[in-house]
Write a protein that binds this ligand. Structure first.
Ligand code: ZN
Length: 455
């Protein structure tokens, strides 16, 4: 599903001093326009670490069926498209600097990032700006990356669950590119036909000022960052031939459905339940999504796991998470169970969601999520350049072209989470797990008769 999950990283900082909690921001940071490019600076108390990221609105979203996967191949090629890397690869160029870098394509975004010691800030910024604005394509690199992507796609196909993920996208979205985002077989076919010319044209079309957001998370002073960024972007004559703009639009199929995908060799049956939700980044309840999913699924004291695993011994785990993009939000529940229990698990899962749409959760459950949030914030968020980026990047990216943006700061989120009431949790569960348009996809040996009219 190309779901970017939250990963909680440990920092090993031994600082006991009272660090200025800059990342908490009493006022949301703002996008600065420099030579027409959007730059977001996220000051952190960590002076010695810098993370530079360029995120783009697009990903699979912008593709047609005939182009399925082009943005993924382009992502591979662009991350090596720095002239300074020379004949050697960029990996060899960066080796001695000890940096970390990577690029990603998701259902609706692309991202290119590099993280390293702040003493290499100039070099890292030059790399990211150059590959974004002046990518240098070589046939040799394209051929290498085509082989790498071919291997990557084949490895996904080796895992039968690619069909489950593909069915989710095909039946959840209306936008062609999103529907083919997990169709690895189609992408493999298209991959073989893609040429250097196609990649250059696609890059010209969609890597534009309107879709591109530079994010710098660092302790380096702002004026130094801006002047360097200004110099690097000044002389660029990028031919922005296409003026495509990603905007928020209705892109869910909105049909209540259950689908079976046969996998004769499966041991367990995997179930994914999706709830489309018209909730965007500027919604007053957006900031609660993650917290409510944690109450519903995840660890042992979540509502689903407590009942399905501890009480009924039907599953090992049940995860629940939400993603948001220009279509709105999608709430997922993901469960694996024995074939004989499919119906029971489905019935129980919907029953639990329905029950807590009407009934209040316990005081302990409410206290747990509030305290967990506090712990998470003080342990990780205030120190980690990656998490600060993760917290703000999507909020800014998806509202980049809006006249008015609603950006939640970590401080605001914390205030809202600590102020959560049982009643609010109940109302959110009712909103998020509305079965009116829910999609159920399950994969295993056995097809069951399950009447979705009863949920
Ligand atoms: Zn890849």
């Amino acid at each position: 599903m190309n779901v970017t999950k939250k990963h909680k990283k440990k920092t090993h900082s031994k600082t006991r001093k009272n660090i200025k909690q800059l990342s908490f921001y009493s006022k949301a940071p703002e996008i600065i326009k420099v030579n027409g490019y959007s730059l977001l600076i996220l000051p952190t108390p960590k002076r010695h670490v810098t993370l530079i990221d360029c995120q783009l609105l697009g990903g699979f979203y912008l593709e047609t069926k005939e182009q399925a996967g082009i943005s993924h191949l382009l992502e591979h090629v662009v991350s090596f498209a720095w002239k300074k890397c020379g004949v050697e690869s960029c990996t060899a160029y960066w080796e001695k600097y000890g940096v970390e870098s990577n690029a990603h394509t998701t259902i609706s975004t692309n991202s290119y990032w590099i993280k390293g010691l702040s003493e290499f800030f100039d070099k890292m910024l030059e790399y990211v700006v150059d590959i974004m604005l002046r990518p240098h394509f070589t046939q040799k690199r394209i051929d290498k990356e085509k082989t790498a992507v071919e291997n990557e796609l084949n490895s996904y196909i080796n895992n039968p669950s690619w069909k489950l993920n593909d069915a989710v996208c095909k039946n959840l979205f209306t936008i062609e590119g999103m529907r083919y985002a997990n169709d690895d077989k189609t992408q493999l076919k298209v991959l073989k036909t893609l040429t250097k010319k196609d990649l250059i044209q696609y890059c010209l079309d969609f890597y534009t000022k309107k879709n591109m957001l530079f994010i710098i998370s660092t302790g380096i002073p702002k004026d130094k960052i801006i002047s360097k960024f200004e110099r690097l972007t000044a002389g660029v004559h990028k031919n922005e031939t296409y003026n495509y703009q990603v905007v928020k639009s209705v892109c869910f199929q909105d049909k209540k459905k259950i689908l079976f995908i046969k996998n004769a060799r499966a041991e367990n049956t995997d179930i994914v339940i999706c709830f489309p939700l018209y909730m965007y980044f500027d919604d007053e309840d957006f900031i609660y999504l993650d917290t409510i999913t944690e109450i519903v699924g995840g660890d042992l004291s979540s509502l689903l796991v407590e009942i399905l695993r501890e009480k009924l011994q039907l599953v090992y785990g049940a995860s629940c998470y939400a993603t948001t993009n220009m279509c709105g939000s999608i709430v997922y529940i993901s469960i694996s169970t024995l074939d004989k229990n499919i119906k029971k698990v489905l019935k129980k899962t919907f029953k639990i969601c329905k029950k807590y749409s009407k009934k209040l959760i316990s005081t302990n459950k409410l206290l747990r999520i509030k305290r967990e949030h506090k712990l998470e914030v003080s342990q990780y968020y205030l120190k980690d350049v990656d998490l600060i980026r993760d917290f703000y990047a999507e909020q800014f990216l998806f509202q980049m072209n809006n006249d008015k943006r609603k950006i939640y700061t970590l401080k605001e989120k914390t205030k809202k989470i600590l102020g959560l009431t049982k009643n609010k949790v109940k109302n959110m569960i009712m909103k998020m797990f509305d079965t009116k348009h829910c999609l159920i996809v399950y994969q295993g040996k056995k097809k069951v008769r399950f009447n979705i009219d009863n949920i």
